[in-house]
Design a protein around this ligand. Structure first.
Ligand code: ATP
Length: 235
């Protein structure tokens, strides 16, 4: 299958001298759900931030749908939707205006029919005119996904989408992410939870101390390493 994202020999050493990523190679297939699994400080957010053009790598190259993400970050970034760990939106704005504003930032023509469909898909239609501060925590998380989808990206990054949420909300998020994939979006999520990788992903990458230790089809990985061994590896 054709790669939509190629990460080649990407390293990052922060100013403090800390090596957060060490020669990472990764190919993401169009249309898959890929889970990047690793403990705190493994380098997951750093890798996502580099791909999204937020952090500059020390070495390496990244191609997003054939576009060089370091030399032509705008071309690459317009193909990516990012849902960061933190809820980062203007709490005084409405859901619908947040999406329209976000789409405009990417220079995309208005397309209310598309934005309405995203709102419906994420069960936010009834809340489209609500101020974000009025929404529950679960809804705010869905707004972050809606915002990330507003410019019709081909790849959606979800950085620890279910960290700190209860079991029922986690299941809702999994359903929603599965639905987005069915619509053709390539999904890359980071997680600490093996259950999440097992439930959601087609393939799983395990990262620790800045090194991508392995990338496997989920079924192969789960067979190779029992849950207990994986838990130990992730401590
Ligand atoms: P978590 O699961 O806790 O979010 P992570 O796998 O996303 O962790 P990163 O946030 O990428 O890990 O951090 C990787 C390493 O780089 C950590 O040791 C972290 O302290 C360090 N680091 C991250 N950002 C910076 C920065 N701006 N300056 C210096 N060091 C940083």
């Amino acid at each position: 299958m054709q790669s939509i994202l190629s990460v080649s020999q990407v390293s990052k050493t922060y100013g403090s001298g800390h090596k957060a990523l060490d020669h990472v190679d990764l190919e993401i297939r169009r249309g898959e759900i890929f889970a990047l699994l690793g403990p705190n400080g493994a380098g997951k957010t750093t890798l996502i931030s580099i791909i999204c053009g937020i952090v500059t790598p020390s070495t390496g190259t990244i191609l997003v749908d054939g576009h060089d993400a370091i030399r032509h970050p705008r071309e690459a970034r317009s193909r990516i939707g990012l849902v960061p760990q933190e809820i980062a939106v203007d709490m005084f704005s409405t859901v619908a205006s947040t999406m329209r504003f976000s789409r405009g930032l990417f220079g995309k023509k208005p397309d209310q029919a598309y934005l309405d469909q995203v709102l419906k898909d994420l069960s936010l239609w009834d809340k489209r005119d609500a101020k974000i501060m009025e929404l529950s925590g679960g809804m705010k998380r869905r707004v972050m996904i809606a915002k990330a989808l507003s410019h019709q990206p081909e790849i959606l990054f979800l950085d620890e989408p279910t960290a700190g949420v209860d079991v029922s909300l986690r299941r809702d998020m999994w359903k929603m992410i599965g639905k987005l994939r069915e619509q053709g979006t390539t999904i890359i999520l980071t997680t600490h939870y093996i259950e999440e990788a097992e439930e959601m992903a087609d393939r799983v990458g395990v990262i620790n101390k800045g090194q991508l230790l392995l990338v496997e089809e989920k079924a192969v990985l789960m067979k190779k390493l029992g849950k207990r061994e994986m838990d130990i590896a992730l401590v």
